[in-house]
Ligand binder design. Structure first.
Ligand SMILES: Nc1nc2c(ncn2[C@@H]2O[C@H](COP(=O)(O)OP(=O)(O)OP(=O)(O)O)[C@@H](O)[C@H]2O)c(=O)[nH]1
Ligand SMILES: [Mg+2]
Length: 297
């Protein structure tokens, strides 16, 4: 009998949740960066093999929100906790911080099956790992504790077997060849945001959103024309995003274009624009309009 179920990946910002999702699926479904609060929406990734189907839900990092967008993100993550067959709680291999403890409290309340996933084990000596495991053991009776290195893939295969062992029997929820619920346009917007996070420096990235204005395949040629706008929060950010004679935005555009072409398997003509919407992250109306799920607001 095949197995199937929903598995939520939760944890504080920047622990490697999206990296793990991508590693599982072997595709870039969720953008990643070294800056916290990269993921803003719930992202579904579907993994199917001969054993059955795992529907992963990558979530925004849980933190203390300071604006509407943050509230939305934390809600999107927290509501998955009670709704899934299994929770993967990701942490870094060191002593738990305030946010880790807060998340464990939430997990305790629901009492759902939870694996503790200790990620980034490449960053510490092995002896410290044991200490870390023991500290976490005292905090909650996790069903399993699994050390991994998400970006190299170490431990991911073992984790997959453990997940199947815990999932209930049943048929898949989605077609075998489906790997995500995200529309192409959304993936494209996210790829552009990832490159902006990468190219821009510290302060600006948190305040940007990317909106796809037009997305059209030409009738006579295998070319897609895409117009997208990078929304920023301050007038003073605009020239930084554009750069000297447009150098910065050109760099974001050409890095994004290469990945979008790989995704769509087609030549892409990408045009990027920049617009200012002051304090959009604090505006319910604007957060809604930048592609976030209205149910969560
Ligand atoms: N050294 C090391 N770094 C890792 C590992 N896995 C992920 N990272 C890095 O950690 C950073 C954060 O990764 P993400 O996958 O974006 O983290 P996230 O938990 O999804 O973050 P949010 O979406 O902001 O909540 C990136 O720079 C990754 O390359 C790992 O196993 N080892
Ligand atoms: Mg993420």
């Amino acid at each position: 009998m095949k197995k199937s179920g929903f598995v939520s990946i939760i944890g504080r910002p920047n622990v490697g949740k999206s990296t793990l999702l991508n590693q599982f699926l072997g595709e870039k479904l969720a953008i990643t960066s070294n800056k916290p609060q990269t993921t803003r929406n719930r992202i579904q990734g579907i993994y199917t093999n001969e054993k059955g189907q795992i529907v992963f839900i990558d979530t925004p990092g849980i933190h203390k929100p300071s604006h509407k967008l943050g509230e939305y993100m934390v809600k999107a993550a927290s509501t998955t906790i009670g709704d899934v067959d299994l929770i993967l709680l990701l942490v870094e291999p060191r002593r738990p911080g305030k946010e880790d403890l807060m998340i464990i409290d939430q997990v305790k309340k629901v009492g759902a099956d939870t694996f503790l996933i200790i990620n980034k084990i490449d960053t510490i000596p092995k002896v410290n790992l044991l200490e870390c495991i023991n500290t976490y053991k005292d905090l909650y009776s996790f069903q399993e504790i699994v050390p991994i290195c998400a970006f190299k893939g170490d431990g991911v295969r073992e984790l997959q077997d453990l997940i199947f062992a815990y999932l209930p029997e049943g048929p898949g929820f989605f077609p075998d060849d489906m790997i995500t619920d995200q529309p192409e346009r959304q993936l494209v917007a996210e790829y552009i945001r990832e490159k902006a996070l990468y190219v821009l420096d510290q302060e600006i990235p948190h305040g940007i959103a990317v909106v796809i204005d037009t997305f059209a395949e030409r009738e006579d040629k295998a070319i897609v024309d895409i117009n997208a706008t990078i929304i920023c929060e301050k007038e003073s950010h605009k020239p930084i995003i554009i750069g000297k004679q447009g150098a910065t935005i050109r760099e974001i555009g050409s890095q994004a274009r290469r990945e979008i072409e790989r995704l769509l398997g087609m030549q892409v003509n990408l045009k990027l624009w920049v617009k200012v919407k002051e304090r959009w992250r604090d505006s319910e109306f604007l957060v809604k309009n930048f592609g976030f799920d209205k149910k969560e607001l």
